[in-house]
Design a protein around this ligand. Structure first.
Ligand SMILES: [Zn+2]
Length: 390
């Protein structure tokens, strides 16, 4: 059974009118489901659709639903509904609208990337070896973060008709996100950048020690290496993998982080009564992701791919290896400019996916694209559906 979903922002659907927007999505894009952001980072978005105000939507992020506050009574991190919701809860209307139309509803939760929650709970942030707080990222190893994420997923699954929950970034970050003008006048190189963002927060140190990891030695190597880069102004050559291979104390810490991130995802799986899909991104060293281990704790991994046949096929192969079943492989594609230049490009990527055996395609993002592109999606989905059932 071929499945197609369109990623959406709830504010776009709510401002256009949920029924009107869903009718347009079904009628013009022809997708079988929508995936709506339920927990999101800060955004500054240009909205091209006729009649929406404001044309430029800005939000510091937060939850896109009214949390059931009593569920979080024992949680140190308290949920923060997005400011634009005011007292409304359009997610409930969206759930009803999807059920009425037979549309699949998926919830897309951004997990650890939250400047909003870091600003309220600095001790839950990623904190590097120098004690610098990452203003954009919660530490996935911190037990308070894990507890909060589990409660959020329980809240979502318990109150809305989600068929799938997608987890985005239930991990450390692999590409630094910054809001301010970043000033770095030293060439850190790949190794320096990696070491600089490694988390040595109190929760990581405590948990690593409990598990018998010499976190003090790993931190010492990290700090000493960074100091050498800062002093000489020369980056180390090589990759994090090579560097870790030469420093067993660091390698042990890095491998341990991966096990802990997998453990977090496994614990989210335990409370998720919907299907659980994890967005792929990052690696063993930066994001602390071991995809073959994570593949055992979710229903599918989702790879966001550029419109490039070679990259799509490699992504399918990698995901298939990790999950062991093509039914556990999902792909995501941009239908927005500039990544998607024309309808043929989208049709071609859908065709390549289906030819590789993939039966779930996700398209990004309703509120970012011109209405004219809904027809491109319809063409791509129709082609893929026909090929999948041929
Ligand atoms: Zn940490």
């Amino acid at each position: 059974m071929f499945q197609s979903n369109l990623w959406c922002y709830l504010w776009d659907l709510a401002d256009e009118g949920i029924d009107e927007a869903l009718d347009r999505i079904v009628g013009e894009a022809g997708v079988a489901g929508v995936s709506v952001a339920t927990s999101y980072h800060s955004i500054d978005q240009l909205r091209p659709h006729a009649g929406v105000t404001p044309r430029r939507f800005r939000s510091p992020g937060g939850l896109m639903f009214q949390p059931c506050m009593e569920n979080y009574a024992d949680s140190r991190i308290k949920p923060v509904p997005a400011h634009w919701l005011s007292s409304r809860n359009p997610l409930a209307d969206l759930g009803e609208g999807c059920v009425k139309r037979g549309l699949t509803l998926r919830g897309w939760a951004v997990c650890c990337h939250s400047s909003l929650l870091v600003s309220r709970h600095e001790s839950c942030a990623v904190i590097n070896v120098f004690g610098d707080i990452d203003p954009t990222w919660l530490c996935p190893i911190n037990p308070d973060v894990g507890e909060y994420l589990r409660l959020m997923i329980e809240d979502l699954c318990g109150h809305y008709p989600f068929e799938t929950i997608e987890l985005e970034r239930p991990t450390f970050q692999y590409r630094p996100h910054v809001h301010a003008h970043r000033k770095v006048g030293v060439e850190l190189g790949e190794i320096g950048q990696w070491l600089y963002q490694l988390c040595y927060c109190a929760a990581c140190r405590r948990a690593a020690e409990q598990d018998g990891i010499d976190v003090g030695a790993a931190a010492h190597t990290t700090a000493r290496t960074l100091e050498a880069i800062f002093t000489k102004g020369v980056a180390f050559s090589g990759t994090p993998e090579h560097f870790a291979a030469d420093h067993p104390e660091l390698k042990a810490f890095i491998d341990w982080r991966c096990r802990r991130v997998t453990h977090l995802i496994a614990s989210l799986r335990q409370v998720c009564t919907a299907r659980l899909v994890v967005h792929r991104g990052g690696d063993h060293y930066l994001s602390a992701t071991d995809w073959s281990a994570i593949g055992r704790h979710c229903d599918a991994t989702l790879s966001n791919c550029p419109h490039d046949d070679g990259i799509i096929l490699d992504a399918v192969q990698a995901a298939l290896q990790d999950t062991g079943d093509i039914r556990h492989v999902e792909l995501g594609f941009q239908a927005t400019a500039p990544d998607c230049p024309d309808s043929q490009t989208l049709v071609r990527s859908a065709a390549t996916s289906v030819a590789a055996g993939v039966n779930s395609i996700n398209i990004y993002n309703y509120g970012l694209m011109s209405f004219s592109r809904l027809e491109w999606i319809r063409q791509a989905i129709r082609y893929a559906q026909r090929e999948a059932t041929a």
